[in-house]
Design a protein around this ligand. Structure first.
Ligand code: GCW
Length: 671
């Protein structure tokens, strides 16, 4: 049967009948220890299903192990520790003990994560003999954010329509909901915001609360809580009030009543995500209040319920003539210390908007009294939709590993958001989902790796892009060692290649307007006044790039001195960030030995040529890959090559009208 990609990385195909399979069979003869816990029962069912597929073995679930050997035991122990160090919340240990494989979780969810980890060991063919491994999540709230609308569309979604079928809920539960929950739980995701941050008020009506409650009932046994994005103006839109002022007692009362109503229906409801006073959305500023007033009012509405408020910092004014880079910082930094407990501020990885490469957002490290959620985008709004193969883990890692120097060297973004820098009791990370109703979930089969990598990094940001790529490939595509190496290599290089043929050297925001697809660098003076400064390449007769040093917008001044030092001098600024911060003369020699113009052309040309290399590598692994998936990716790579040439030619020819220089050898101008 051809593989349609539906099973994602949870592919449990029967492995070859060899010594290793026999070892696995012997070690997993039964499962015991579930008790009556729904989450532990899920863990047992998942193990049963996986072992049945991989080993062809029907594994019974026993009430107790008695004195039996050769099975898997579940233990929940909140005080469990490994070599004297306690397991963090939801952590697990898998250890060979007295002839059994014991999965100890510090919570029920911990056991579930351990069960999936055990399956992963088998899927990637690791020995179980003397197994002893443990792992704990470094970040507490690991969420997917859906930008799904009530009418079934997905904002910036390229994989079909929403998987939520609102018109069928709550009566009918599409089996896909459960498969979605399994996939998330298998990589440690423990929460989903089910709707778009450009929110409809409808979700707060009794009708929709009932529908969301039905979804929550599917997620719950997988240790996943549901959250909602809320429309700030809801009290006016559906509540019959004349205001949505957060300090108005009637408004407070309204939110408190809605929140109680939600918790009645969904006792483990996770909380609210808010986009306010951003891109035309309503917010507390409409009433002369600020973001903290808004967030704190919602935190009060949550009261003693176990929920949180995530307040987004993605804000900029439609008509500002300043540098959008600085706006979120300017609005939020002064509010540090004003946010109540249970409130987190959610910050995109970079200061502009999910561009192919951004310097880390200057708010990281700048709000020590506020827990910050890192928001990354899995859906490829600016990264080639669902036709370009771009593995995003290296991009996420670049942000996570960036040093803010907030508390001296080593204060990386990762350590800011996992709260180790400032010791907050809560921590979070969010990925804007890339999935939809397409049979294979993500449109591009390789897009699945981005969902997977997000979950793995949310769990443990110290994992490497390379190891995650290999793991995903082995679980999803092939266990052939040489093919795994080839594919992982292409994946790891793919983001660098994409940036070279689209926005090299720190160019950004030069894509097609509104749809955000393809090149449109000539859009320098668009209908949107804020974008005259934001088709941010600033090309002129002298050179290219946005001067954000003290001579320019001084956005660079928002970072710590150590960071400023790294980026402040165009001679030493890493080429990948150069045009983010400097207006560089076309004739200026760069650290690479080429002039800016020649380097720019070199990157566009070699970037586009590297897509041909990707095609060749992919062709070479054909025998090891399911034919349907192989053909699908082959076709998309052809599109990618075509569009890489489009980007290259459009940008090189456009910038040439300023640089007024020939395209350097050995590259030749487009026909
Ligand atoms: O990236 C931009 C998108 C908008 C999105 C916005 C945001 C949900 O173009 O579609 O709206 O960011 O993150 O709020």
């Amino acid at each position: 049967v051809a593989d349609d990609g539906y099973r994602l990385w949870l592919k449990y195909d029967l492995m070859a009948d060899n010594g290793l399979r026999k070892d696995y069979q012997k070690a997993t003869g039964f499962i015991a220890g579930t008790g009556n816990s729904p989450i532990l029962k899920t863990a047992a069912e998942e193990l049963q299903q996986g072992l049945q597929g991989l080993l062809g073995q029907r594994v019974p679930v026993l009430a107790g192990a008695e004195k039996r050997k050769g099975g898997v035991l579940f233990v929940v122990d909140a005080t469990a520790n490994v070599s004297g160090k306690p397991l963090a919340k939801d952590g697990y240990r898998i250890a060979a003990q007295n002839g059994n494989v014991v999965i100890t979780g510090s919570s029920e969810s911990g056991v579930l994560y351990g069960a999936f980890a055990l399956l992963r060991q088998i899927q990637t063919r690791q020995p179980l003999k003397n197994i002893d491994l443990s792992s704990s999540p470094r970040i507490q709230y690991r969420l997917l954010n859906h930008w799904d609308n009530p009418n079934g569309t997905v904002e910036r979604g390229y994989a079909g329509s929403s998987i939520w079928k609102w018109y069928e809920l709550p009566e009918r539960l599409d089996p896909r909901y459960q498969d979605y929950a399994r996939a998330n739980a298998s990589i440690g995701i423990n929460g989903v915001v089910i709707n778009n941050v450009n929110a409809s008020a409808r979700y707060l009506t009794p009708e929709y609360i009932g529908k969301v409650a039905a979804l929550a009932s599917v997620m719950r046994p997988y240790g996943i809580r549901v959250y909602m994005s809320v429309l700030w103006a809801a009290p006016k839109v559906i509540g019959g009030l004349t205001t949505s002022d957060p300090l108005d007692p009637k408004v407070k009362q309204w939110w408190t009543a809605r929140t109680d109503e939600i918790y009645q229906a969904i006792p483990d409801f996770g909380g609210f995500l808010v986009k306010a006073n951003s891109e035309g959305e309503p917010g507390p500023q409409d009433y002369g209040r600020d973001h903290a007033d808004g967030a704190n009012m919602l935190a009060d509405a949550l009261g003693s319920h176990d929920g949180i408020v995530m307040w987004r910092a993605f804000v900029y004014k439609a008509n500002s003539d300043g540098d959008r880079f600085k706006e979120a910082y300017q609005e939020f930094k002064p509010l540090d210390g004003r946010f109540k407990p249970k409130t987190l501020v959610q910050v995109k990885n970079g200061p502009i908007d999910f561009q192919a490469r951004e310097p880390f957002h200057p708010l990281f490290g700048a709000m020590p009294r506020t827990p910050l959620v890192l928001e990354v985008q899995l859906t490829q709004e600016y990264l080639g939709f669902a036709t370009h193969m771009v593995y995003l883990a290296p991009m996420f890692k670049e942000t996570l590993d960036a040093d803010t120097y907030a508390k001296g060297k080593g204060s990386t973004v990762a350590k800011v958001i996992d709260s180790s820098v400032d010791n907050h009791p809560i921590s979070g990370i969010a990925g804007v989902a890339n999935i939809g109703s397409d049979r294979n979930w993500t449109g591009h089969p390789m897009g699945q790796a981005n969902w997977y990598a997000f979950g793995r990094l949310a769990w443990d940001h110290t994992l490497t892009s390379q190891s995650i790529a290999e793991e995903w490939t082995r679980m999803s595509l092939t266990t052939d060692a040489s093919a795994v190496r080839t594919i992982a290599d292409v994946m790891v290089k793919s983001h660098g290649i994409y940036t070279r043929y689209t926005m090299p050297l720190g160019l950004h925001h030069i894509m097609g307007q509104s749809i955000h697809f393809g090149p449109e660098p000539w859009l320098a003076s668009s209908a949107r006044p804020d974008w005259t400064s934001v088709y941010y390449h600033k090309a002129d007769a002298v050179g290219l790039g946005f001067d954000r040093t003290a001579k320019g917008s001084n956005a660079l001044g928002l970072y710590r001195p150590e960071v400023q030092q790294l980026w402040n001098d165009p001679k030493t600024c890493p080429p990948d960030y150069l045009l983010w911060f400097h207006h560089v003369p076309w004739t200026q020699p760069l650290s690479t030995g080429r002039t800016l113009w020649n380097e720019l052309c070199t990157r566009y040309y070699t970037g586009a040529d590297s897509v041909t290399w990707m095609q060749q590598q992919w062709a070479a692994v054909k025998p090891q890959i399911d034919p349907e998936i192989h053909a699908d990716v082959t076709g998309r790579l052809q599109t990618q090559r075509k569009e890489a040439l489009w980007w290259r030619d459009a940008c090189v020819l456009y910038f040439q009208t300023f640089a007024k220089q020939p395209i350097p050898a050995p590259f030749s101008p487009p026909e």
